[in-house]
Each structure stands twice: as structure tokens, then as C-alpha cells.
Design a protein around this ligand. Structure first.
Ligand SMILES: C[S@@+](CC[C@H](N)C(=O)[O-])C[C@H]1O[C@@H](n2cnc3c(N)ncnc32)[C@H](O)[C@@H]1O
Length: 237
């Protein structure tokens, strides 16, 4: 199968997962919690980043259409631009108040149907670009990062996060899990795998200047044998 067909199949599974999420109270709440964790990381490193009036792009915001920017972006929808290849879903948990609350957050974001490999925005267009938990899912992560760097203004902020493996975890994923569980959504939806060190290097290679990261969460032993977890970076160019 070609890379593009693989990606389309993965996206079908991805949509199934998000359709389930859109009907589940606890899944919705954990999505909101994950975005809050990213915000806590940002605040711990940069304090209040004053987003109002800043042009923000979120790449692969997810079919809830909320991501980070629905909660923490600009108050003005026209400054919160997101791209996502999958359709935005209506949330129907049935829990009193929650569905309307989510609708309110979705209304704060302008979602465009597109892919990160070809954003189609002019150069140096955004003050902030967010790419959270996306590049292990895309067809071509090098192109996505190239595009992210292109559309970010000089001196702008790139908020980046991806799940990474330990060295042993990545070895196991590539040499056992990917074959043993080849047809599962988990394997199909994650065509790329990184360790903290490899993603750090990739960001440097693309010319991002890393301002802050959660490097402290990856001491030597955990880098080699720990469980997979989020690597977070705040970069500029
Ligand atoms: C794990 S979800 C993360 C969604 C969201 N960023 C969040 O943190 O909740 C991965 C997302 O990447 C999107 N995605 C997959 N391939 C993509 C591509 N080529 N360009 C942009 N987004 C893509 C998927 O559709 C999915 O919404």
C-alpha cells in the first residue's frame, strides 16, 4: 500500500475514535484536561503569553474543533485559525450543560479543512503556531514542520508537543508492536515514532530555536527505559 493510502486508512480509524469521543463525557473532559496541561506547561515557562490580537494557527486541531486555542486562544474567532483534515463533530454526551459548553468553545475557532503538509498560508503570517499531538499521525512530518516554520512570523512562538518513546520503547514499538498489532487503530494511526532526543534534533534541523522544553521529565534512565509520554517544546525562529 502507498503512504497516502495508509494515511487515508489511518484517518478512517482516527475518525471512529473521535466519533466515540464526541459521545463520551469522560473522553471529552480528558481532552479538555490535556489542553489544560499544555497551557500549564506554557505558563510555567513563559507566564501569561497575552494572546489577544495575535494571529494563531493550530495544525491538526482534531474533530472536536477545540484543541488548545478553543480554551486558551484569542477571544476573537477571526484570530483563531485551525486546520484539520477530518470534519468537526457535534458533541452529544447528553450531560446537562456540557454539550452547550463545548459548542461555545467550538464557536471560538475558525476551522479550515486542510492538511499540515500544505497549509496554503503566506509566509510569516502567524504570531503563534500550535502543533499538539499531531506529527506522529501525519503522512509526511518533515513537510508539516517545514510549513509550520514557513507560516510562523520571525520571533513568533511555536507551541509543539508529541508523544515520545524511550529508546527501548521505540525499539519494541518498531520491532514487535507494529508487526504483532499491524491492523489495529493504535498502530495504523501512528506511522511515525520519536524519542525525546530524536524530536529535539528534528526541531533543530528545521531551524526552530528551542526556548523551553520539558527535558527535566526525561532523565537518562527514563530516556532509555521509561514509558511513552509527551515531549513539549516552546520554540521560535
Ligand atoms: C491525536 S489527534 C490530536 C488532535 C488535537 N491536536 C488534540 O491535541 O486534541 C491527531 C490529529 O492529527 C490530525 N491529522 C492527521 N494527519 C494530519 C495532517 N496531514 N495534517 C494535519 N492534521 C492531521 C488528525 O486528523 C487528528 O485530528
Amino acid at each position: 500500500m502507498s503512504r497516502s493510502t495508509d494515511w487515508q486508512l489511518a484517518q478512517k480509524h482516527e475518525l471512529d475514535i473521535w466519533e466515540m469521543t464526541s459521545k463520551s463525557t469522560w473522553r471529552i473532559l480528558s481532552e479538555l484536561f490535556e489542553s489544560s496541561e499544555l497551557q500549564s506547561f506554557i505558563e510555567s515557562k513563559l507566564g501569561d503569553i497575552a494572546v489577544d490580537g495575535k494571529k494563531i494557527l493550530e495544525i491538526g486541531i482534531g474533530p472536536l474543533g477545540i484543541g488548545w486555542m478553543g480554551l486558551f486562544g484569542s477571544k476573537d474567532k477571526k484570530f483563531n485559525i485551525a486546520i484539520e483534515p477530518l470534519p468537526v463533530l457535534t458533541v452529544e454526551t447528553g450531560l446537562f450543560g456540557l454539550d452547550d459548553f463545548i459548542k461555545g468553545l467550538q464557536n471560538r475557532v475558525t476551522v479550515i479543512s486542510s492538511k499540515g503538509e500544505d497549509l496554503g498560508f503566506p509566509r510569516e503570517n502567524f504570531d503563534i503556531v500550535v502543533c499538539n499531538d499531531v506529527i506522529d499521525h501525519v503522512r509526511d512530518y518533515q513537510s508539516v514542520l517545514k510549513e509550520a516554520k514557513k507560516v510562523l512570523k520571525k520571533g513568533g512562538l511555536f507551541i509543539f508537543s508529541v508523544n515520545v518513546f524511550s529508546v527501548f520503547g521505540k525499539f519494541k514499538w518498531n520491532n514487535y508492536t507494529r508487526t504483532r498489532y499491524a491492523d489495529t487503530a493504535n498502530v495504523l494511526c501512528h506511522p511515525h515514532s520519536f524519542t525525546y532526543s530524536t524530536i529535539n534534533k528534528v526541531l533543530n534541523t528545521h531551524g526552530f530555536r528551542i526556548l523551553h522544553s520539558n527535558k527535566a521529565d526525561f532523565p537518562v534512565l527514563k530516556k532509555f527505559f521509561g514509558k511513552s509520554k509527551k515531549a513539549r517544546f516552546l520554540c521560535t525562529k
